[in-house]
Write a protein that binds this ligand. Structure first.
Ligand code: TTP
Ligand code: MG
Length: 346
């Protein structure tokens, strides 16, 4: 039986700011960019009581909580803490899969002690040495470990043993499953499905018919089955988002405003989950009415909307008056291993 732990630091950036500046402790606090239109990267628990949360615009947060203390982002510090925390994980296992600066899966199957004991020990060492609290979920697969890491958040942990999985999953709202977002939830609700237990009543054929390959994955997930291994070397090569239009787009300017929204979403995703990666290039993809696709790409290191617009114009031209059914924007990352080598030779 595998022993998987998912660890997630508690209000990570805000906790670091409180640790480094005791005057901030006990006050509602948020970490935000300095740009006029910037959004909160995170809020501490004091501020969350007022409804402040990640990705909320600063002006909105101040409406909810006028005495909210705002501090600027210090990525270098967060990265440094993140790598010290990872080093602590490394004392227990080599099988570590980071999901972001503050989150990781650990496979501790080979460790003698129970998963819960290992998680408790890791959290104690992180608190002792780094001065931050973490929460953990423990189970025999990634799916359940991830879901349960915020069950007893902050500064807590929750274990679901293999015997407990069937009862645990049956009561779980389907929205908690990986990949079941707003739209999917609405579709499922229309079928009378609220919990994973409800979903278990649909057989594989029905799920495949309605949702394709994803339906088959759902069939497993709603039973608490997840065989994905913890993969230490998972380095993403790119990150992108795509939008298929309800009606094909006829004019180039009509693509610009949806593209801005997508770039903002991408920026949030990058800050939240890939802050440790360096951008190598920007990419715009179009799919035309006849399903032919084209991509335009340029070496660039920041999410520059002007560059995206130039790439969009370039891709658009190739359409030669065809209408557009899908727009994608994305970034390609530098390979961190290549960088490590370059540093070595310098
Ligand atoms: P999370 O783990 O999602 O949030 P958190 O650690 O702040 O709070 P929780 O106690 O609920 O785990 O994200 C980790 C860090 O990533 C967070 O401190 C700030 C950053 N982040 C962003 O920059 N933008 C975002 O939209 C989110 C969700 C997080
Ligand atoms: Mg966190």
């Amino acid at each position: 039986m595998r022993k998987i732990i998912h660890i997630d630091m508690d209000c990570f950036y805000a906790a670091i700011e409180e640790r480094d500046n005791p005057a901030l402790r006990g006050k509602p606090l948020a970490v935000a960019g300095s740009d006029r239109r910037s959004v909160l990267t995170t809020a501490n628990y004091e501020a969350r009581k007022y409804g402040c949360h990640s990705a909320m615009p600063v002006f909105k947060a101040l409406e909810l909580c006028p005495h909210l203390v705002l501090v600027p982002v210090r990525f270098e510090q967060y990265r440094a803490d993140s790598s010290r925390i990872r080093a602590i994980f490394g004392r227990f296992t080599e099988v570590i899969e980071p999901l972001s600066l503050d989150e990781a899966y650990l496979d501790v199957s080979h460790v003698q002690s129970s998963g819960a004991a290992v998680a408790r020990e890791i959290r104690a060492q992180v608190f002792e040495e780094i001065g931050l609290t973490a929460s953990a979920g423990i189970s025999s697969n990634k799916l359940i470990a991830k879901i349960t890491s915020d069950w007893n958040k902050p500064n807590g942990q929750f274990e679901v043993t293999p015997e407990e999985i069937p009862a645990f999953i049956a009561a779980l709202p389907v929205g908690r499953l990986w990949g079941v977002g707003g739209k999917m939830r609405i579709k499922l609700a229309a079928l009378g499905v609220e919990t994973c237990g409800d979903l278990q009543k649909l057989d594989q054929i029905e799920l495949a018919r309605r949702f394709g390959k994803w339906g088959l994955e759902l069939w497993q997930l709603c039973r608490g089955i997840d065989g994905r291994p913890v993969t230490p070397d998972r380095t993403r090569k790119s990150l992108s988002s795509e939008m298929t239009f309800a009606e094909n787009i006829r004019l180039l300017p009509e693509l610009v405003s949806p593209m801005r929204g997508m770039i903002e979403g991408l920026a949030e995703d990058l800050a939240a989950k890939h802050a440790d990666r360096v951008i190598r290039s920007l990419v715009v993809k179009l799919k035309f009415a006849d399903f032919e696709r084209t991509t335009a790409e340029r070496a660039w290191h920041t999410l520059d909307p002007i560059v995206f617009e130039e790439l969009l114009a370039e891709a658009w031209k190739r359409g030669n008056h065809r209408t557009v059914r899908l727009l994608g924007v994305g970034v390609r990352f530098e390979d961190p291993k290549e960088n490590a080598q370059m540093e070595f030779f310098e």
